[in-house]
Design a protein around this ligand. Structure first.
Ligand code: ZN
Length: 312
């Protein structure tokens, strides 16, 4: 069990405008900002991590808010929808809330026997609230306006849109340990039984769809979860043996990572549970300070001055 992929770890997307992104995810959606840092490859940009109280793997949605980047568009070779698990009976609350706050959303639909409410963030990123058939026992982060009875509990699924489902499906099943659960039209649902939350990946096959363009409102990569660095390196070998090019192990301060591009064009990451977000801030204070990786600490003043102000 422990040497397997443990579902989703985090999902990273692109935004335009740090403040608007922060307001939407913490206030409208009611997530907790668990880490405020910079893009390690581009320290002039924030990197925000939103999740449950501790930023548990399987709850973490992260953003690079590149000011002025402009809108991208979703298309093939991309993760196109991010699904959150919500409690039974919560969708009327969310529909009302989205109406009141002018959040673009659709009518509730049924998919694989589950209720799904689709909506968009201010950059046009497509998200979904799903009421899973099976009970989700994870403890939700709650705010004044979004109480635990309706709050998101972390990821339910991610949807990958590709022109041909077969090569991507083979990575999921042969390397990452997922199995095909069901198919509905052009949507193939894969699941891992390594754990029972954040365990679903859908592939939508769209043969004629043009490739997406990565900018605000689109996904950057999808990270799968492994327990620790040893398991990470076991997967590295397995992926390299399959003929895919994969990065060396990278220290992301809050987890260790590897990146590879799956054959459908989507950037996949594998990320560890260790060391987690409390390595440089106590649980009660997560997300309150700007945290920098040590290579940038000496340039802190310059970095802080260049980043846009963020008001909570
Ligand atoms: Zn990542």
């Amino acid at each position: 069990m422990e040497n397997r992929i443990l579902g989703l770890h985090h999902i990273t997307a692109i935004a335009d405008g740090a403040q608007r992104n922060y307001d939407f995810y913490t206030k409208v959606l009611g997530l907790r900002l668990v880490k405020k840092t910079v893009n390690f490859d581009d320290p002039g940009t924030y990197h925000f991590y939103y999740g449950d109280e501790a930023g548990s793997p399987g709850t973490i949605l992260t953003f690079f808010p590149w000011e002025g980047i402009g809108k991208g568009h979703a298309g093939s070779g991309m993760a196109t929808q991010i699904g959150y698990s919500v409690p039974e009976g919560s969708l009327p609350f969310w529909t009302d809330r989205f109406k009141q706050l002018n959040v673009k959303h659709e009518e509730v639909i049924e998919r694989f026997g589950e209720q799904v409410l689709s909506f968009q963030d201010p950059d046009g990123l497509q998200l979904e609230l799903v009421v899973p058939v099976a009970d989700d026992s994870r403890k939700a982060w709650e705010t004044h306006e979004v109480k635990a009875a309706v709050a998101t509990k972390g990821f339910y699924n991610v949807t990958l849109t590709v022109r041909n489902h077969t090569p991507t499906a083979s990575i999921l099943t042969n390397i990452l340990g997922y199995t095909l659960l069901r198919q509905e039209g052009n949507r193939y649902r894969f699941v891992t039984d390594a754990l029972d939350t954040a365990s679903v990946v859908d592939i939508v096959e769209a043969p004629g769809l043009a490739p997406g363009r990565g900018a605000a409102g689109t996904n950057h990569h999808v990270a799968f979860r492994v327990k620790d660095d040893n398991i990470l390196m076991e997967f590295r070998e397995k992926i390299a043996r399959a003929g895919l090019s994969i990065t060396p192990k990278i220290d992301r301060d809050y987890f260790f990572s590897l990146y590879f591009r799956e054959p459908g064009g989507i950037l996949f990451e594998l990320a560890t549970d260790n060391p987690g977000f409390t390595r440089d801030e106590p649980l009660a204070e997560l997300g309150t300070q700007l945290k920098l990786p040590k290579q940038y600490e000496k340039s802190r003043q310059q970095i802080e001055e260049a980043l846009p102000a963020l008001h909570s």
